[in-house]
Design a binder for this molecule. Structure first.
Ligand code: PA5
Length: 369
């Protein structure tokens, strides 16, 4: 099957002045990418498969928790819970809640499963949630590479889903998503999606070929990165794509070292839409609307109309679509696209996508306190 041109995947209006002549080849990216972040993104299909194996090897019992699932984590470790919730959609049979804080929701009971997700295992907010869950007598599971979290879980006899080391936490997104999906199934909050995840891995492989660095320069991910270059991106999601919009924002923040903001439809039509009128007076903003085949029809209409109303005030607007049949395929498709766009943006800006020094500095300063 031939590679569909970028225009089939998105609507776009772009200001020609945003284009950049840098070829987004592996070699060009390697010049800035000192720790191989691109390779970690391209390995997303393998991560999905490996994650399934790792959850299975943690040999967890089925624990029916009628109060649902809380995923506790921060940043790159919390996003998997939010993506899993989106992928389960209407098939979630119990509440699934993501907390990014020092505490658990007040309704957490001994009948709640709390999945503590921390790539390093040393994130203080997540450690606090782990302890609160223990104090409340809630069921706990941990997903981590090690750290204090793994130590405490092993001492407490709490199951640990072991993650491979050597990544930036945000590069473990597939692991965190699969862990949350599988734990949701184990505690009765959703159906088991093991075979769908396996099929989604193959689907993602095709998209890696289509949007990766070996694809033509006019492929979707490269076109998007060039269109966003030199602007402050504002990403909007709706329904399934809301947590994906958040993922785009955080990946553009951390990989491309840029401010980036997100909002969701239909809410943004009731406030942010007005703010766009002043956008050209303060900077060059671009808008990305993450579209999906299953968005509520009225929200879809809103998305198209909103893009048209914002376009005169934006440096560029884009509307990429999810790809795939199942919800997990569709979620992962736009996660992959956003991750690639953020790495390409880093290359266009000449910045190393890997290190997040200011986060490390902040954590070190807090550790002194
Ligand atoms: O991307 C990052 O490095 C951060 O968002 C981290 O994920 C976040 O600070 C939490 O750390 P950890 O994932 O180790 O719990």
């Amino acid at each position: 099957m031939s590679t569909p041109p970028a225009a089939q995947d998105m609507q776009a209006t772009a200001d020609a002045s945003t284009t950049d002549a840098t070829a987004l080849t592996r070699e060009a990216i390697a010049r800035v990418d000192s720790s191989g972040q691109l390779d970690d993104v391209l390995a997303l299909p393998d991560h999905l498969r490996d994650a399934l194996w790792r959850v299975e090897s943690a040999i967890m019992q089925d624990w029916d928790t009628s109060a649902g699932l809380v995923v506790a984590g921060m940043g790159g470790s919390a996003i998997g819970g939010a993506l899993a919730r989106a992928a389960l959609g209407d098939h979630a049979s119990r509440p699934i809640f993501v907390t990014r804080a020092y505490g658990l929701p007040p309704w957490t009971t001994p009948d709640t499963m709390v999945l503590c997700a921390s790539y390093s295992g040393d994130t203080e907010e997540t450690l606090a949630c782990y302890e609160s869950a223990g104090a409340l007598g809630a069921r706990r599971t941990v997903v981590t590479t090690g750290g204090r979290l793994a130590e405490m879980a092993r001492a407490d006899g709490v199951p640990v889903i072991p993650l491979p080391g050597g990544f930036q936490p945000r590069a473990a997104v597939a692991y965190m998503t699969v862990a949350a999906l599988e734990v949701a199934a184990l505690c009765g909050a959703g159906p088991r999606l093991t075979s769908e995840i396996d099929v989604a891995a193959s689907h993602t492989e095709q998209l890696v070929a289509e949007w990766g660095p070996d694809a033509p320069e006019d492929s979707l991910a490269k076109t998007l990165a060039r269109g966003l270059h030199g602007t402050i991106p504002v990403v909007a999601g709706a329904g399934l794509t809301v947590p994906i919009a958040y993922r785009w924002k955080t990946q553009i923040n951390e990989n491309a070292k840029l401010p980036c903001f997100m909002h969701e439809l239909p809410e943004l039509d009731h406030n942010e839409l007005v703010g766009w009128e002043g956008a050209p007076t303060v900077g060059r903003f671009s808008a990305v609307f993450l579209d999906d085949s299953d968005i509520h029809p009225r929200v879809k209409e809103r998305m198209e109309l909103t893009e048209r109303l914002i376009a005169p005030h934006a440096a560029a607007t884009f509307r990429p679509q999810t790809r795939g049949q199942t919800t997990i395929e569709r979620v992962i498709s736009l996660v992959l696209l956003g991750d690639l766009v953020s790495i390409y943006l880093a290359a266009l800006r000449g910045v190393d996508p890997g290190p997040v020094r200011v986060i490390d500095e902040l954590k070190a300063a807090l550790a002194q306190g």
